[in-house]
Design a protein around this ligand. Structure first.
Ligand code: X5A
Ligand code: ZN
Length: 741
């Protein structure tokens, strides 16, 4: 299943005919420059090209009043002066004789995209449109927007859903599933444009079947459109309480770490709990670096990550529609990143230190606090005081901690020299808007920014498995590896390990080493290998050593089940060892973390979003090993979700290690997500168990001082759990504070 690109060149026709400094940035070159770049990169050619059609009067009427639609229709025959006079009646709007046609094409493009995805013709797609839509209201144009393209698409999808409950292929579930409170679950709208899509908010604020998330430049209300209802405490009305999520940015300069933190700690917990069946993206790129409106710092690659993170929802049914984006270079590059990711390519690694700024953390915190009454996934911390009483003995699990470690290694991750006094990276573009030319200054560890990913590996996913029936479950373009590493070489690696003496273990190791070399040499992007259960720990040990000695600078190892940390793991900060399935939560150091396997799906999700991914994004590995060891206890869909999300790291260079007697189904599902397919939905998520919460809280408290991406606080926490603050400070007294636990 492919990716649709919906476009029509007529949408380049509308343009500003008079002088208006506010509106002049919304110009035809936005589309032509973007399309040129998509062609140059060969991305357009990989998509299913759809020619946009005009939305009908009825379709526009799903959202707009008939009077407003006919008002816009009449602009077709107005002269320049009349157009200018009418434009003046709205805020930040220009009309052109072609506006009506363009705006109907823009809305129609969104409808076509949603239809293509919901009928199963494609998995996902992008509509490249002008004019944009998210500011437009029932009877008003606003902020360059004439018809609300995304809102019309959402209303259409809902209506279609009602009409075609049992159409096979686009809704296997048949009929609206019910929320726990008896509501429909349906559409998630993610508005990553830098402006608040107040138009979408107004249209769905009392509708619990549409979850609307928007982040936006706000500056405490001093930025356009200057609305009180853009703040975090606007959470929807009536039935729709908790289904409007606003994240106001109160400073400019938000960057990759801030955006990713907002997704991990706010949007994604709610999105998984909401469990949408369709994701619409108000994809404005004025939130990217160089844009004159946004003044933000997120690099184009960040949009690959945002797209990637959304693709784990709704079985990957993501429909993105262009909104803003006014720096042509930054816009074109960011759109390419989005389309590339929709096509299933791995996201390029993010550059720069992954340290969210204080202002961003405060914004995320206030949005979480405002939403907490409506979402179980945000109520975790509250249970600390109530259920757990914060009675975690801090010393016990931490014996053996090497106190030199964090002193030695922390500076590598967050070099003080790259930070301004408030702890945020310096602006990347001091001279003003210019995207690629002023490439980000070398990060503290510049080797991280250039893992050997260029040119792209010719093979996306390779499977080195022995089971004969494996072919049956593999997608057609996953390569089955025949080769093995040289025998002497394999034996040399195996020699120190008793468990690798057996022939089967040795054979499996040879295959794994061959696959790993293919990945390290850049021929293969990701892969799956297997090992006899008895040799799992030793094989993983060898894989780590081999990875580190063959070009990986930083290796993330996520070990599930009973897999002990290799005894000779070097303490040099190049390996982050994360064991899920340990007996207890323990952080031996900031690079060696162990946590029990969460019992509930809700706990599993908060473990991934609240611990694994923040550590992983903070660490910025260039190789990821994920091992499903003895007793890992993960069901297929959970394993698939973990693998899919880890694929966002290291440019998708992920090697999964399974036990030989794993089911072919497990291998199949992992192969599919590693090559870029969406993981299956986990279904309605349960709450985390008290034990899950306890483990997560404890590790957060220990690790937060060292790993900035973990930082997230909840206002409510202060009064729900007075002890939590002390626990969270961590026993190593990070960031210069005295240890309190
Ligand atoms: C779609 C969009 C911005 C309007 C800004 C007016 N509109 N100052 O980005
Ligand atoms: Zn915008």
């Amino acid at each position: 299943m492919g990716t649709a690109l919906v476009y029509h060149e007529d949408m380049t026709a509308t343009r500003l005919l008079w002088d208006d400094p506010e509106c002049e940035i919304e110009r035809p070159e936005r589309l032509t420059a973007t399309l040129d770049r998509l062609r140059q990169r060969g991305l357009e050619q990989r998509c299913l090209r759809l020619s946009a059609r005009e939305a009908s009067k009825e379709e526009l009427g799903l959202v707009h009043s008939p009077e407003y639609v006919s008002l816009v229709r009449k602009t077709q025959v107005l002269g320049e002066e009349e157009l200018q006079a009418l434009s003046g009646q709205f805020d930040a709007i220009y009309f052109h004789p072609s506006t009506f046609h363009c705006a109907r094409l823009a809305a129609g493009a969104g409808l076509q995209l949603v239809d293509a995805v919901l009928t199963g013709a494609v998995r996902n797609g992008l509509a490249l449109v002008r004019p944009p839509g998210h500011h437009s209201q029932r009877a008003a144009a606003n902020g360059f927007c004439v018809f609300n393209n995304v809102a019309i698409a959402a209303a259409h999808a809902k209506q279609k859903h009602g009409l075609h409950r049992c159409v096979p292929g686009w809704l296997q579930g048949c009929g609206p599933r019910r929320h726990s409170k008896g509501r429909h679950r349906w559409i998630l709208i993610v508005d990553w444009d830098v402006h608040h899509g107040q138009g979408i908010q107004y249209l769905f604020e009392d509708d619990p079947s549409v979850l609307y998330f928007s982040w936006h430049r706000y500056e405490h209300g001093r930025f356009w459109p200057f609305l009180r209802e853009s703040d975090a405490d606007a959470v929807g009305r009536g039935q729709g309480l908790g289904f409007t999520v606003n994240l106001p940015w109160n400073q400019v300069g938000m960057g990759n770490a801030d955006y990713v933190a907002a997704f991990l700690h706010l949007l994604l917990p709610l999105a998984f709990e909401f469990d949408p069946e369709l994701v619409l993206v108000s994809a404005g790129f004025d939130s990217a670096i160089g844009d004159p409106e946004g003044q933000m710092q997120a690099t184009p690659e960040c949009f690959a990550h945002l797209t990637h993170l959304l693709q784990v929802l709704a079985s990957g049914r993501v429909c993105a529609m262009l909104e803003g984006g006014y720096h042509l270079e930054s816009l074109a590059e960011s759109v390419c990143m989005t389309v590339q990711t929709l096509l299933g390519d791995p996201a390029p690694p993010l550059s720069g230190p992954m340290v969210p700024c204080q202002s961003a953390l405060e914004s995320i915190q206030s949005a979480r606090a405002a939403q907490a009454p409506y979402w179980k996934s945000l109520q975790l911390q509250g249970q600390c005081g109530q259920v757990l009483g914060c009675r975690i003995p801090p010393q016990a699990p931490c014996s053996g901690y090497d106190s030199e470690l964090s002193l030695d290694v922390t500076p590598v991750l967050t070099s003080p020299s790259t930070h301004s006094p408030e702890g945020r990276p310096p602006p990347l573009l001091p001279g003003g808007p210019m995207c690629k030319a002023a490439a980000p200054a070398p990060a503290p560890s510049s080797l991280l920014d250039q893992p050997c990913l260029c040119p792209a590996p010719s093979v996306r996913t390779t499977v080195a498995l022995t089971a004969p029936d494996i072919t049956l479950v593999l997608p057609p373009d996953v390569i089955q590896q025949e080769g093995s590493a040289l025998r002497e070489e394999t034996e040399a690696w195996a020699r120190p390990h008793e468990s690798l003496a057996r022939k089967e273990a040795l054979t499996a190791l040879g295959k794994l080493l061959y696959l790993l070399d293919g990945m390290l040499d850049g021929q293969v992007n990701s892969g799956i290998a297997a090992t006899p259960a008895s040799a799992a720990a030793a094989t993983l040990d060898v894989a780590i050593q081999r990875g580190l000695s063959h070009g990986a600078q930083r290796l993330l190892c996520v070990a599930l089940g009973q897999l002990d940390r290799p005894p000779d793991l070097a303490h040099d900060g190049r390996t982050l060892w994360l064991n899920i399935g340990g007996k207890e939560a323990a952080a031996l150091s900031m690079f060696q973390v162990s946590t029990p396997l969460p019992v509930m799906t809700g706990g599993f999700l908060s473990c991934i979003l609240g611990l694994v991914l923040p550590l992983a994004y903070g660490f910025q590995p260039d190789l990821v090993l994920v091992a499903l060891g003895p007793g890992h206890g993960l069901q297929g869909p959970h394993a698939a979700l973990l693998a899919a999300m880890l694929r966002g790291l290291a440019g998708g260079r992920v090697l999964a290690l399974l036990e030989e007697d794993s089911t072919p189904q497990l291998a199949g599902i992992l192969a599919r997500v590693l090559r870029g397919e969406a993981p299956p939905s986990l279904g309605p998520s349960s709450v985390a168990s008290p034990e899950d919460v306890q483990a997560l809280m404890y590790l957060r408290g220990q690790l937060e001082p060292q790993w900035a991406m973990l930082q997230v606080r909840l206002i409510a926490e202060a009064w729900l759990c007075p002890g939590a603050r002390l626990c969270r400070r961590g026993r190593w007294g990070g960031q210069g504070r005295a240890s309190e636990c």
